[in-house]
Design a binder for this molecule. Structure first.
Ligand code: GLN
Length: 196
């Protein structure tokens, strides 16, 4: 099977996600083409999308300016998989509790943008995740905290009783950075299950 993945590349850690997608595709036996998305027009031809971390205010501004925001919403509305990590989680949320972030509003959560960052700037922890047999090495960097989740949202993982990985329909979002380890199981769970 040949699939196309898009990594939104307006800002943030793009190349790590590209590498993680390639590892996942190999693990799943899928022939994958990965596109870096910087302008409008590419998203409609993508079977799956990644919205990386970075700075949510900057990312959300650029998505609107480049007219990619509405294309991502269309991708999700059509039921296609999207993995949003860290700042990406903030950008897809319903309520970022910060008016400088223009969210895509495709995940019914409210977030506190730098909640973990205020306590501990970055840390790594083995994290049990629903759907994965062994704990996942989760890297948190100035991570957002999910304050509340709507009824449609399934919590896949929690850290100190706070949701840090969630799923709703075809959207999976994490407070941490799954692309910063060599473990590609989270990308497989979020993006490839639909095609296996
Ligand atoms: N807290 C950052 C923000 O608000 C996100 C940090 C990250 O993506 N590593 O955008």
């Amino acid at each position: 099977m040949t699939l196309t993945a898009g990594v939104i590349a307006v800002q943030g850690d793009v190349s790590e996600h590209v590498a993680a997608l390639e590892r996942s595709a190999t693990a799943c036996g899928v022939d994958l083409t990965v596109q870096r998305v910087r302008t409008a027009g590419t998203v409609p031809s993508c079977d799956m999308l990644v919205l990386p971390g970075g700075e949510s205010t900057t990312i959300s501004d650029l998505l609107v300016t480049e007219k990619i925001a509405s294309e991502i919403v269309g991708h999700v509305e059509a039921g296609n998989p999207l993995l949003a990590t860290c700042a990406g989680l903030i950008v897809v949320s319903r309520d970022p509790r910060d008016e400088r972030v223009h969210t895509l509003d495709c995940l019914d959560i409210s977030v506190d943008r730098n909640a973990f960052g205020r306590q501990r700037d970055s840390f790594e922890a083995p994290l049990p995740i629903r759907g994965l047999e062994r704990p996942f090495p989760a890297v948190f960097i100035r991570a957002p905290l999910i304050d509340s989740v709507g009824p449609s949202v399934e919590v896949l993982a929690a850290w100190e009783d706070r949701p840090v990985a969630v799923r709703s329909g075809s959207v999976v979002a994490t407070s941490f950075h799954p692309e910063l380890t060599h473990d590609s199981r989270l990308h497989e769970l979020a993006l490839f299950e639909q095609f296996s």
